[in-house]
Design a binder for this molecule. Sequence first.
Ligand SMILES: Nc1nc2c(ncn2[C@@H]2O[C@H](COP(=O)(O)OP(=O)(O)OP(=O)(O)O)[C@@H](O)[C@H]2O)c(=O)[nH]1
Ligand SMILES: [Mg+2]
Length: 207
Amino acid sequence: MPSFPPPPGIILAGGKSSRMGTNKAEVLLGGLPMIAHVIRHLAPQVSHLSVNAPAPLAAAPDLPAVPDVIPGQGGPLVGILTAMRYAASAHPGTTHVVTASVDSPFLPLDLVERLASALPDRDTIAIADSAGEMHPICGLWPVHLADDLERWLALGEKARVKAFLARHPVRLVDFPLVETTAGMLDPFLNINSPDELERAHRFLEDA
Ligand SMILES: Nc1nc2c(ncn2[C@@H]2O[C@H](COP(=O)(O)OP(=O)(O)OP(=O)(O)O)[C@@H](O)[C@H]2O)c(=O)[nH]1
Ligand SMILES: [Mg+2]
C-alpha cells in the first residue's frame, strides 16, 4: 500500500505466565522489567502504545491498560480482537493495529515499517517470521477483521492464531537474525521461563 501512517500498537500481556511462574511483563532483564524492553523497541514505531492486560502494570504505569473484550483468558486471539476493537474506538479512522508479545524484548526497530510495506491491500494481515518460524502474535492487522474474528471465536473454535490466519490473506515478512558479540540473535526470541530469561541476558549488551 502506498502510504501508511504509523498505526497504534498494543503489547499483549494478558496471558497466564505459567511457565515463568510470575508475571512476565514485570520480570527483570538486565535491571529493567521485560515490558520496558518491549516499549523501548516498539514505542518509536507506533502512533500510540497501550498494553492488553487486565489492569495497569506497575512496570509500565504510563501505558493505558486495555482488558480483554472477552473475559476468561481465552488465549492470544482474544488479545488480538481486543487490540482491533481498542484501536478502532480509541483512534477513529485507523485502519490497522500492530500487536507484539510482552515476552519478546528484542523486537526489530523496523518491525512496523517492514510489515506495512508488505501489505498489498486493505484485507491482508502481515505477520513476522524469522529463522523459518512464524510469530503470529507479532503482526499488523486490519481492524475491520474484528467482526469476523469475534464471530469465529464465538463458534468455540480452539482459539489458535494460526487457524484464524488460515482464513485470511497473509503476508509473512522475514526478519534476519542479528549478529551480536554473544552470537546470532533471533529478534523474536521469546522468553517464557526463568531459564530462558537467564539465557537472554547475554544478548543485552548489543540489543
Ligand atoms: N489478552 C490475552 N493475551 C494472552 C492470553 N494468553 C496468552 N496471551 C498473550 O499471548 C502471548 C503469547 O503467549 P504465551 O507465551 O503462551 O504467554 P502466557 O500464556 O502468558 O504464558 P504460559 O502460561 O507460560 O503459556 C503473550 O503476549 C501473552 O500475554 C489471553 O488469554 N489473553
Ligand atoms: Mg511466549
